[in-house]
Design a protein around this ligand. Structure first.
Ligand SMILES: [Ca+2]
Length: 282
């Protein structure tokens, strides 16, 4: 139980314990597998068109564009364009069902200040949800999570609204009780006592990019690119790397065209049935 109510749980798997001569336990060093470092879901919106949005992680959390949302030039490849008039992206039910710590990150382009618009909103309705607005009631960008309506929100407020008509990277992380809001890779707000977490929203079905759980609030108007979900709170340095990686537009080594002349020759009878030929460069 937490001092302010609610609860916090974290599951850990300990690989190795080392004991001192006096029976005390040496500190446990946390390491992350390569799998844990990767996002749970990632939407690059690089499809040429259509309503289907592929989860680039291969985890199968494919999304769907609703209301005729289109694509336009993004930070890297395409982005999704949302008109502010009934268009949004719907992510699968339960995508955050088992999350305690998390990171949500995306590039956004606001057509207007976007008062009360929701970049994302995951939940079951106006009572139980978590969202990010570029311009909330306090006049600044805000992340909030609640299981009992707006008056029970736990919030992370920025210091300004999100900038308009330019690409902005925005990220929210939660690690244990500490929730942090980043804008363009720099910390813009922090709340050290965020006791709620996505798993408290249950097997939520309304997981939206560009639409609020509150039907009275406006749809998002602008562009969204490279929307990522992690099942852990990324460190500040990692958020910075995320911003730089997107800007550098690096092409993976394996996808670069090969410009070296290759000569392949086979000795007679060198390959037999069942042998596999692998091509590569030294
Ligand atoms: Ca893209």
């Amino acid at each position: 139980m937490l001092p302010g109510g609610g609860e916090f749980r974290r599951s850990v798997c300990i690989d190795r314990l080392r004991f001192n001569d006096d029976g005390t336990i040496q500190p446990v060093v946390q390491t992350l597998s390569s799998r844990a470092r990767k996002p749970v879901a990632r939407y690059t919106f690089d499809e040429s068109g259509g309503a289907a949005v592929v989860d680039q992680t291969g985890n199968g959390w494919d999304a769907m564009l609703v209301g005729g949302a289109t694509r336009a030039t993004g930070v890297n490849g395409n982005a999704v364009r949302l008109s502010g008039d009934g268009q949004y992206a719907a992510l699968p039910a339960g995508i955050l069902w088992n999350m305690y710590d998390f990171t949500l990150a995306a590039w956004v382009w606001l057509d207007s200040p976007g008062a009360a618009q929701h970049l994302f909103d995951f939940g079951t309705g106006p009572t139980r949800n978590m969202y990010l607005t570029p311009l909330g009631g306090a006049g600044v960008a805000r992340f909030a999570i609640t299981t009992n309506g707006p008056n029970a929100e736990q919030r992370i407020d920025g210091t300004t609204p999100l900038p308009v008509a330019e690409w902005v990277h925005v990220a929210v992380t939660k690690s244990a009780l500490v929730g942090t809001l980043y804008v363009n890779g720099v910390q813009a707000g922090q709340n050290p006592n965020v006791g709620l977490y996505p798993a408290r929203l249950g097997n939520a079905e309304n997981n939206w990019i560009g639409r609020s759980q509150n039907p009275a609030e406006p749809y998002f108007s602008g562009l969204v690119d490279d929307f990522r979900i992690y099942q852990r709170g990324l460190a500040a340095a990692e958020i910075g790397e995320l911003v730089q990686d997107s800007k550098s537009r690096k092409e993976p080594q394996s996808l670069r065209p090969m410009r070296r002349r290759l000569t392949i020759s086979f000795r007679r009878l060198a390959c037999r049935p069942g042998h596999v030929l692998a091509l590569g460069t030294a």
